[in-house]
Design a protein around this ligand. Structure first.
Ligand SMILES: [Fe+2]
Ligand SMILES: [Fe+2]
Length: 396
């Protein structure tokens, strides 16, 4: 790490006259100032110590980093986090820019949709309207609170904001279709499989909302567990049953607006899963003592529970089977995707050799620019990189 480019190297003799009595003098190296840069402005002398700065940089950590480093983004230690932040920012979307006219027409029509199609949408809205908030709350009040490196806080802030966009998109769907908002709350309370999925994650989040000594191995393991459950079990696995069902309907030209929104949500989720995966791996790298066989087994057990809960939820989403909506295929899909998540963090698989029953889903995840449901205004403010393939699902 250096302070200067070659061009910036000037000696005190080369001090630059600015105006009147102000002058700037920069000294590098030399007797008594080795490793330091001296800047003199208007008679004041500032000594910048590179060694000290390098020590601060070395103390940048996922947790328990140096506490004077409040928000020093530069120099970046976790380049991957900043790259992910830029990727997420480039994918920005707003729900209102997606037309809902066709969805409304279909929703009101007796011929264009079946009751089971409508039920899937109700389950989607009912589940995600709580789940998006639970994830965003955990990111802000647990994970972002505990990590210390500023570039990690930056990308986690963007993660939480994207959960707000997703929650907002659900409000937009509810108001467009004219669904009574009390119904969403009722589904949260009355549909047992939704309650069970939510309880599974909120319990883990609550365990960390107290003053914990983060130098203790068992507490670092609690945080690692939280990152694993939210990233790999919830966003990475338990979101995918409904994603698959709604995109299956979209594929049949049902709910073009909602399908579009869920495809953008899915693209965002791929980044969230990757963020929490990298964060977990980084935490383990910096605290290798947490990664015991016993701890790894406990994480695999949590994934097993997450998969069981998701399969019960699939039964509730698909009380009636129809074309492209086969219960067993969705359960196999969850087995397949859970193993991809376990693989991603170096854990043993639950169902070795299980095949993806939905190869078409990989294609739908590859959002093409030609499939432009946006109005002109949106296309204009989207970055050229906005329509990239979701990173971690490209091989599904
Ligand atoms: Fe989300
Ligand atoms: Fe998410």
């Amino acid at each position: 790490m250096g302070f200067e480019s070659q061009e910036e190297r000037v000696t005190q003799e080369q001090s630059v006259e600015l105006s009147g009595s102000s002058s700037v003098a920069v000294a590098e190296g030399g007797e008594g100032v080795e490793g330091k840069k001296i800047i003199e402005v208007g008679g004041k002398r500032f000594v910048l110590d590179r060694k000290k700065a390098e020590e601060v940089f070395a103390a940048k950590k996922v947790i328990n980093g140096i506490d004077t480093m409040t928000f020093n983004l530069l120099p970046l230690k976790y380049q991957w986090a900043y790259d992910l932040y830029r990727n997420m920012k480039a994918n920005h979307w707003e729900p209102e820019d997606i037309p809902m006219n066709k969805d409304i027409e279909q929703w009101r029509s007796a011929e264009q949709l079946s009751d089971s199609d409508r039920w899937i949408i109700r389950m989607g809205i009912g589940y995600f309207s709580a789940a998006e908030g639970i994830v965003g709350d955990n990111i802000i009040h647990v994970i972002r609170e505990m990590v210390t490196a500023p570039e990690l806080k930056l990308v986690l802030g963007r993660h939480a904001h994207e959960e707000n966009i997703h929650a907002d998109s659900l409000l937009y769907m509810i108001s467009s279709l004219g669904i009574d908002p009390h119904e969403c709350e009722a589904m949260f309370v009355d549909v047992e499989s939704i309650g069970a999925k939510n309880e599974f994650v909120t319990r883990i989040s609550k365990d960390l909302r107290r003053d914990l000594d983060m130098t203790k191995t068992e507490n670092i393991q609690e945080l690692a567990k939280n990152m694993f459950v939210f990233g790999q079990c919830m966003e990475g696995t338990q979101f995918y049953g409904l994603f698959g069902m709604i995109l299956s309907l979209w594929r049949q030209n049902k709910f073009p607006g909602i399908g579009q929104m869920f495809s953008y949500t899915l693209r965002d989720e791929s980044n969230h899963i990757e963020l929490l995966r990298q964060l977990l791996m980084q935490l383990v790298e910096e605290n290798p003592e947490i990664w015991t066989n016993e701890f790894k087994d406990s994480l695999v057990d949590l994934m097993r529970t997450a998969v069981d809960l998701e399969k019960q939820f699939i039964d509730d989403c698909l009380p009636v089977e129809s074309v492209g909506l086969n219960r067993e295929d969705f359960k196999t899909y969850i087995d397949f995707i859970a193993d991809r998540r376990l693989e991603g963090v170096g854990l043993p698989l639950l169902n070795e050799g299980v095949k993806n029953p939905f190869p078409w889903l990989a294609e739908m995840m590859d959002i093409k620019k030609e499939q432009n449901f946006f109005e002109q205004r949106v296309t204009e403010y989207q970055k050229s990189s906005a329509l990239v393939k979701p990173q971690d699902d490209s091989d599904l």
